[in-house]
Write a protein that binds this ligand. Structure first.
Ligand SMILES: [Cu+2]
Length: 167
């Protein structure tokens, strides 16, 4: 029993020594490794580059990727529902003229000016729809350079007039 009592602490002391040595070795190795890393290593820089994605389509009021959409109606009594049509320059215009006045011939025609319309008539129109009754006409045209223009119904050139603005 006495031998066992003395052996046990000795064994524990040995194990403790070995463990301590291992710990010291490990700590030293870790510290050296850390130093090596510190000397040779540089801070990792993660560059945030914008991810290339699908280009966003600019949204312009009243326009689509294909151009500008305009709707105008002829309504009782012998009038357009608006006297001002404004479109951006450089975009094709798709204009729909909706004749909602039963039994009455109308069209929509845009001219350089009222004077040109009155002196030269529909042959001088920059763009125009067919004269028709109870109908809807759609035309596509390239707008003239920025400026103020004149539109009318060729059948009712006094009552049905307005301003076409390209800006
Ligand atoms: Cu008319």
């Amino acid at each position: 029993m006495k031998i066992d009592m003395t052996k046990l602490p000795l064994g524990e002391a040995l194990i403790g020594f070995v463990l301590a040595a291992l710990v010291v070795t490990f700590v030293l190795a870790f510290a050296i490794g850390n130093n090596d890393g510190g000397i040779g290593g540089e801070e990792a820089v993660v560059e945030m580059s914008p991810t290339p994605g699908p280009e966003e389509t600019p949204s312009d009021g009243g326009t689509t990727g294909e151009g500008t959409v305009v709707e105008i109606a002829m309504v009782p009594v012998i009038q357009f529902d608006t006297t001002d049509v404004t479109v951006p320059a450089g975009l094709m215009v798709t204009l729909t003229a909706d004749n909602r006045e039963p039994g009455i011939l109308h069209n929509w025609a845009v001219y350089e000016s009222r004077e040109v319309a009155e002196s030269e008539g529909p042959s001088a129109a920059i763009a125009l729809t067919e004269i028709c009754v109870d109908c809807t006409e759609t035309i596509t045209f390239e707008p003239p350079p920025p400026g103020d223009y004149f539109f009318r119904c060729d059948v009712h050139p006094v009552q049905m007039v307005g301003t076409f603005v390209v800006e």
